[in-house]
Design a protein around this ligand. Structure first.
Ligand code: FE
Length: 204
């Protein structure tokens, strides 16, 4: 069975000028889709890879295939990390944020600094590690799925293709607006159950 390009969990014009429909046309329709197409070509060419789920392939591959399957998962998880309706952390997630960072604003500033400071392409992320929240980043197609003990709560794409249409070269402006106005904190809270990796998985 081939991997598919998952539908966006919202309309592509739902974010107004935070993220334009044109950005989703390219980012989801072209970039994310290209990773799906290339991963399927690599899997089709090697019977040993067939029948493995996306997450199984991420954990067992390196090089070219790793890049494609990692990016399929990362983008699928990223779409769910965004919300066109403004949300806010509450309950257990808010308690953990306050314990680890002092406040939601302080966490957002830390995520922004991680996103802006990550050299070249990659992903800024909020993860649960050893029971505590941490802000980290992953380079290129690297993904929390490949790191034992990294439980992903939300990720932010900081590849240039994520923001160039709406913000040109201004990664700080993209990170600032998305982190302050368009994060799906309900999704992040749901992922405290440790099942986040499976929420962007696909069967082989
Ligand atoms: Fe991307």
């Amino acid at each position: 069975m081939a991997f598919i390009l998952p539908d966006l969990p919202y309309a592509k014009d739902a974010f107004g000028d935070i993220l334009s429909a044109e950005t989703f046309d390219y980012h989801h329709g072209k970039h994310h889709n290209a990773y799906v197409v290339k991963a399927n070509e690599l899997v089709a060419a090697d019977p040993a890879l067939q029948g493995k789920s996306l997450v199984e392939l991420i954990k067992s591959s390196k090089g070219g295939l790793f890049n494609q399957v990692g990016q399929i998962w990362n983008h699928s998880f990223y779409w769910h990390s965004l919300s066109p309706e403004k949300t806010a952390p509450s309950g257990e997630l808010l308690d953990k944020i306050n314990a680890a960072f002092g406040s939601v604003d302080a966490l957002i500033e830390k995520l922004k600094a991680e996103a802006v400071g990550h050299f070249a392409s990659g992903w800024a992320a909020l993860i649960l590690k050893d029971g505590n929240l941490e802000v980290t980043s992953y380079h290129d197609a690297d993904t929390p799925v490949a790191h034992e003990g990294h439980t992903p709560l939300l990720i932010l794409d900081v590849w240039e293709h994520a923001y160039y249409i709406d913000y040109r070269n201004a990664r700080p402006n993209y990170a600032d607006r998305v982190l302050k106005e368009a994060i799906n904190w309900d999704f992040a809270a749901q992922n405290l159950d440790g099942e986040g990796v499976s929420r962007a998985d696909q069967p082989g």
